[in-house]
Structure formats: structure tokens, C-alpha cells
Design a protein around this ligand. Structure first.
Ligand SMILES: [Zn+2]
Ligand SMILES: [Zn+2]
Length: 339
């Protein structure tokens, strides 16, 4: 079968690998679509996975084979699947830190979403697989379930209320989803980005109430004007830029919160004295809880949240190695591969 593997030199390659054989407690999916995630890009760019790895985890597929111990699922059902499954039982799970759970880190779909066929385990079927009713929303949008769930969790961890002012740094697909969720919570929501068209899209999609160019010399006075000189209550960092730390510190009000939602290329820290003297709260959020996954799935299939305009590129699976450059060059807001 066709699959796309990670090669040396930060490249992807079209490969041929065997169709996975399933055990009695597994199912085989035929891929319909899979989203290209920012984390896939980071892994390729920074050589974080071994050569030959198949990435991709924002998966919509159709069941083609079912192990004989699996009763609830049957061939031709279309599903959306997330890749990591927490145990729901360990200290971290009981504390709500599902993504710190050992099982969460160890579980994955095989070989990966950039592949014609994918094997899904019983644990995935029980906790991170959702049936897609026919004719609801396009598959490409349903593939955004996992990233939307990540955003939902971040907004939940930030405890956004209607009285909050929010600034989103980076209006990529993640920034736009976070913005929509903050507006849904009633918060006054602003966004900054280096690209004018992303600010416009953020406004058009009701993901921000207003936005500004991140590199403008007036951006700080703009945000201070919006907040009676204080700065915003909550900053979400949704860009991989090294400058985002100082932006967050500059634009958050004293006593406010900074939510870190992206890795940056350097190992850089926040400023101790800023956090101490200004009583800032810094929160990391990087993966969804099972509850957030379910909520995201429901929001998408019921049409409560409409994310179609985020998807700028739908490309055939075999063309991903050529097309992925567009993502690296910030020319694609959200790329989805299709078989
Ligand atoms: Zn993802
Ligand atoms: Zn656990």
C-alpha cells in the first residue's frame, strides 16, 4: 500500500509498505482523509522521529475489516480516530493531566495517518473513535476533530469567561480555532499575525473581533488602547515564533494568564521576575482530554462550529512530499491529504 515516510534532510517520501494485519481485537481502516498537523511539521523539521516513520494523526477513515472480538463496529462505518489513548486510571489521568499518562504517550495508530490503511486498537475504538453519520459535514472538516479538541482543552484550562479580553498570537488554523472558542465563551478576542490575510480570515470566520499585524510598531499601543492601558487578561501563544514569549509578557495585563500552545525552536524560558512581580500565571496545554475529543466531534458534526474556511489545501496522499513545502513556507493554512 501507499504510505508517506519521513526521510533524512527534513523530507517526506512516497513509500510502499505492507497493509497492516489486524488482531482479533483490532479493526482495519481505509483512509479517507488526514490533516497535516503543526506537530508533524515540527517533527520533520527538527528530526524528532526515526527515518521511515509514518506521521499523520487527524484521521477520518472507513472500516474495512473487523477482528472477531470487536462487536460494536462493522465494515463500511466511517469514523474519526485520535491517536493517543489515556488509561483514565493512573495518577495523571485522575488529576486531569491525561496527556502526561504513560499509556497516552505509548499508544498510537499504526502505521500513521499518511497511509492508505491503518490499524486501530480496541483501546482506541473504546475511547478515541467516533462514528460519523452519513452526509453530515465533509470528511475534511471532521478531520479537524483532534486539533479542535486540543484547542478546547486549552480554552478550558484558561478558564475563559465573558468578562475576559483575549489576545491570540498567531492566526494559523490553531489560532483561529482558539479564537472561535473564546468568542463562543463571550470573551472580547483579538489576534495578531504576520500575514494580513490571516487577520482578515480571522475576522471573516468570527475568530477575532479585531486584529493587527504582529510586526507593526503600533501593535502594542493598539492592544493597550483596547484594554484601558492594562493589556489583555489572557494571551494564547499559537505561533512557533521565538519572539512570542516577549510578546506575551508585553501584552498580558499584570495578574493575567499566558497559555502556551506551541513549541518554539529554541529552548527558551519565561522571565522569573515578570512572573513574580506581576503575578502572572503561565499554563501549558498541548493535547486533548477524551472529553474534549467528544465535545469537539459533536461541535463539528452538528455544525455548531464551522471550520471549512480554514482548509486551504486538499492534496492527494501521494503528493504530500511535494506539497508539504507549502506548509513550511506558511503558504497553507491547513492542508488535508485525501486518498
Ligand atoms: Zn494534531
Ligand atoms: Zn493514565
Amino acid at each position: 500500500m501507499l504510505c508517506i515516510t519521513v526521510e533524512k534532510n527534513h523530507k517526506l517520501k512516497v513509500s510502499n509498505c505492507p497493509v497492516p494485519e489486524i488482531n482479533n481485537d483490532e479493526v482495519l481502516l481505509k483512509l479517507d482523509v488526514c490533516g497535516v498537523c503543526g506537530s508533524d511539521l515540527v517533527k520533520i523539521k527538527n528530526n524528532l522521529v526515526p527515518e521511515g516513520t509514518v506521521l499523520g494523526h487527524e484521521i477520518v477513515g472507513t472500516i474495512v475489516e473487523v477482528g472477531n472480538q470487536i462487536k460494536k463496529w462493522s465494515p463500511s462505518q466511517k469514523v474519526v480516530v485520535a491517536h493517543h489513548v489515556p488509561c483514565l486510571n493512573c495518577y495523571f489521568c485522575r488529576s486531569g493531566n491525561f496527556s502526561m499518562c504513560r499509556q497516552f504517550k505509548e499508544t498510537n495508530i499504526s502505521p500513521g495517518g499518511f497511509s492508505e490503511y491503518i490499524k486501530v486498537s480496541r483501546a482506541h475504538l473504546e475511547h478515541t473513535t467516533f462514528l460519523i453519520p452519513r452526509g453530515t459535514v465533509p470528511d475534511e472538516e471532521i478531520a479537524l476533530t483532534e486539533p479542535l479538541a486540543c484547542c478546547l482543552r486549552a480554552v478550558t484550562r484558561a478558564q475563559i469567561t465573558p468578562s475576559n479580553t483575549v489576545l491570540i498570537c498567531g492566526l494559523g488554523s490553531i489560532g483561529i480555532m482558539i479564537g472561535k472558542l473564546c468568542i463562543e465563551k463571550g470573551a472580547q478576542t483579538y489576534g495578531i499575525d504576520l500575514l494580513e490575510e490571516r487577520i482578515q480570515l480571522g475576522k471573516d470566520m468570527t475568530a477575532i473581533h479585531d486584529g493587527y499585524l504582529a510586526n507593526s510598531s503600533e501593535v502594542k499601543s493598539w492592544i493597550l488602547n483596547k484594554t484601558e492601558g492594562r493589556g489583555v487578561d489572557v494571551v494564547f501563544l499559537a505561533s512557533g515564533s521565538d519572539k512570542s514569549i516577549s510578546t506575551a509578557i508585553d501584552f498580558v495585563r499584570s495578574g493575567g494568564k499566558i497559555i502556551i500552545f506551541s513549541s518554539i525552536s529554541k529552548e527558551e524560558g519565561f522571565y522569573n521576575n515578570e512572573i513574580y512581580y506581576r503575578e502572572l500565571t503561565v499554563i501549558g496545554s498541548y493535547s486533548p482530554s477524551p472529553l474534549a475529543l467528544k465535545e469537539a466531534y459533536q461541535m463539528i458534526i452538528t455544525g455548531k462550529i464551522k471550520l471549512g474556511s480554514i482548509i486551504t489545501d486538499v492534496v492527494p496522499l501521494k503528493e504530500l512530499p511535494k506539497q508539504i513545502d507549502k506548509c513550511f513556507k506558511n503558504k497553507s493554512l491547513k492542508m488535508i491529504v485525501k486518498v
